[in-house]
Ligand binder design. Structure first.
Ligand SMILES: C[S@@+](CC[C@H](N)C(=O)[O-])C[C@H]1O[C@@H](n2cnc3c(N)ncnc32)[C@H](O)[C@@H]1O
Length: 252
């Protein structure tokens, strides 16, 4: 789980995402200790309890979610026998591009992003290429498309597969509908789409608590319905910590 610390990857998620919980935990524990005499025993204990919760969040972010590790393939079935080119939508600094590149060395990849995320330091093609080199994926296997996922610059049926993790769920409802329609358009008939979205479970509740409730990603039924609406048939559905995945096949 900690292999990434030695692998040399830098997926560049900013400190609030990677170390924010640790800072909150230290601040709460410090307040609990300092306030023992002034605030009273119970308030001090409550502060220690909140510090322990924040520290648990830090451990989950580091060891379970692994924001500085390549993604793990949630299903063995995606692009198992298929060749050709896979489009990675919202590739960012490359965690999903590397997941596909290493697990399916026979495919080429088009990595698409508008590189707009402020929470990834120096989000852009250079950062992505740097991580691909660390993974040992040759430059020639990956082309970069700087574009908006709601208007994918590709021909109908251009890609054999499409993958996207924790990117489409960052859009508003209209943006999600536009992007899923674009996925269905650029995918070949019978082509596969692997969608990974944030989804509420015990792990996520410990880490982000009540901040979650406004997110569309917490309702798997919403995704199932939206995928079927654009004729992407869900052939496998499952969960990983803090996340849901949908493996789809485009109906001919
Ligand atoms: C949370 S990051 C996920 C990156 C990567 N897939 C991962 O799992 O680490 C979301 C990515 O979506 C990109 N993004 C957000 N809105 C976009 C849009 N309208 N078009 C293209 N990319 C977008 C951001 O720039 C960011 O790199």
């Amino acid at each position: 789980m900690t292999a990434h610390l030695f692998a040399g990857y830098d997926f560049a998620y900013t400190w609030p995402w990677t170390y924010g919980h640790l800072i909150v935990a230290l601040a709460l524990a410090g307040a609990g200790r300092l306030g023992r005499n002034k605030l009273g025993r119970w308030i001090s204990l409550a502060l220690y309890g909140a510090a322990a919760w924040a520290f648990a969040g830090f451990l989950i972010v580091q060891l379970v979610f692994g924001y500085n590790s390549p993604q793990r393939m949630p299903t063995d079935r995606f692009m198992l026998g298929a060749r050709g080119e896979v489009l990675d939508i919202g590739c960012g600094s490359g965690r999903t591009t590397i997941m596909v590149g290493l697990a399916r060395p026979w495919v080429r990849i088009a990595a698409l992003d508008n590189f707009s995320a402020q929470y990834i330091r120096n989000n852009g093609e250079d950062l992505l290429r740097q991580n691909l080199r660390v993974a040992g994926i040759e430059d020639g296997r990956v082309r970069v498309l700087r574009a908006d996922m709601r208007h994918i610059p590709a021909k109908d049926g251009e890609f054999d597969g499409v993958v996207s993790s924790y990117a489409i769920d960052h859009l508003n409802r209209k943006g999600i509908e536009q992007t899923l329609a674009e996925v269905a358009r650029v995918l070949k008939p019978e082509g596969e789409f692997l969608l990974m979205v944030i989804s509420s479970d015990a792990w996520l509740k410990v880490v982000y608590g009540p901040m979650l409730m406004h997110m569309r990603g917490v309702w798997p039924d919403y995704w199932q319905g939206s995928l079927e609406k654009v004729r992407l048939r869900v052939v496998e559905q499952g969960r990983t910590p803090g996340s849901a995945y949908f493996l789809c096949r485009k109906l001919p």
